[in-house]
Write a protein that binds this ligand. Sequence first.
Ligand code: PAF
Length: 290
Amino acid sequence: MQLISDPSEMRRWSRAHHASGKTIGLVPTMGYLHEGHLRLIDNVRGQTDLVVVSVFVNPTQFGPGEDFLTYPRDLERDRALIRDRGGHCVFVPDTSDMYRSDPMVTLVAGPLADHLCGPGRPGHFDGVLTIVAKLFNVVEPDVAVFGRKDAQQARIITCMVQDLDFPIQVVVAPTVRERDRVAMSSRNAYLSPQERLAAGAIPRSLAAAHDLYRQGNNESASLIAAIRRVFGEESLIDIEYVAAVDPETLAPVLTADADTVVALAVRVGKARLIDNIVLGAGVDADEVVG
Ligand code: PAF
């Protein structure tokens, strides 16, 4: 497995493989990999000849006071996991190679960032789009895969690829959950054992909304209230938002249907955790490990 940190070398690697007829899949990550990331590798490995995993904690998507400096990092472990999962190349650029000290042009996510996580994390999706566009330009993948846990990110990136004509197929892969249905996230590493237990309320709350919907209640306000009731019993969790939104515009809907995305962000101790379901599918439609 190749380890590359220089963006020009990365582009040369990809172009050489493209020239010999190989297709390339990209799994963009911020490292500290878990089984959810490894499933993304599996997903793209089934679709392209070669798999590149980028590991880059992108400073421009963190706001002031967020966890950029403390974000968990362990490159040696990540490299071993990627190699064992059949990755062909790990791209680990330095910040100074990805960003000039005074960049003049960045991407703006637009109205899709007006909803869900956008208002609480101003500039976050602009930072995500800018780095993903740069990774696309450096790696030049045929396919790139993102997890559905970050539903808003996946939607915004899908729109970027369409609107800016990137010749890349974006795949959105199912959320991967632990045995108690808590979605896998690098930020779960911040949780104390007690907080990790409390986090079980997140999938339980989404399952409560799903159950209510299946019983015939399609009023978004009732579904959101059902979620809030579950968190009402959990003192270690503070809700940032709960919303039922259109899967394309991400705007809130009054009446939900099977395609509606029910999404939330909560704080559990130091961790800000997000999760969502597609209402017609529910939590149990996702992948469960362990
Ligand atoms: O989802 C992530 O880990 C990041 O937002 C991404 C897509 C790698 C961009 O930094």
